[in-house]
Design a binder for this molecule. Structure first.
Ligand code: PCA
Length: 204
């Protein structure tokens, strides 16, 4: 079975995106019986959709773990739900800024993550990593991406599980920004992704 891990390119005022480095760091790894493949998505819904459609078709993954940056979060946030709303406080990297539009017109109001979110959080905490189940992934591109992936999977009838993990800022990003913001260093975030992969591979 393949586990597809995606990260995002930098966006907004962020010069880097930890999710990009994390996705690249686990690409090609073997976790139990699962092979990990990764993909870095642009922060624009249509281009991300095109890459995801190709990857789902080509790799036929058993699970998808989207990773994204969420400035202001102090812990690893395992998202429970994606809602059918795009309400962007800042434009995406193509200048697109929907305010209160549907991710997919006519789609269900929400999709729940099909990853074992509680088990992932429990495993993270057991490993000494601050983590929680989050009940809002926001209304920006990460929420849109999780919604679109779960919608595509529901329509295709594939049994693939999918979810999203939001990550805090890196310490260097907070240092550069100068604001009073929480952060987590890259090695601990990488450990968190490894624990999530172990949990998903174990549940497969
Ligand atoms: N975080 C944004 C989009 C890309 C990313 O890494 C979000 O939380 O929507």
């Amino acid at each position: 079975m393949i586990i597809l891990v995606t990260g995002f390119e930098p966006f907004g005022a962020h010069a880097v995106n930890p999710s990009e480095g994390l996705a690249k760091a686990v690409d090609g790894r073997q976790v139990g019986a699962c092979a990990v493949r990764s993909l870095v998505l642009p922060v624009h819904h249509a281009s991300a959709d095109a890459l995801m459609a190709g990857a789902l078709e080509e790799l036929e993954p058993g699970a998808v773990i989207h990773l994204g940056l969420a400035a202001g979060r102090a812990r690893i946030a395992v998202e429970r739900v994606a809602i059918n709303v795009m309400d962007y406080e800042i434009p995406d990297t193509r200048g697109f800024q929907p305010r209160g539009e549907a991710c997919i017109a006519g789609g269900p109001e929400a999709y729940f993550s099909t990853l074992p979110v509680d088990a992932i959080v429990e495993a993270l905490r057991g490993a000494g990593i601050p983590a929680y189940v989050s009940s809002t992934a926001g209304t920006y591109v990460c929420n849109r991406t999780l919604y679109a992936t779960l919608h595509a999977l529901a329509r295709s009838g594939r049994p693939t599980r999918a979810g999203l993990i939001h990550l805090p800022l890196l310490p260097a990003m907070v240092a550069a920004g100068g604001a009073d913001q929480p952060s987590m260093d890259f090695p601990l975030m990488l450990r968190a992704v490894e624990v999530a992969l172990d949990t998903v591979a174990g549940a497969a």
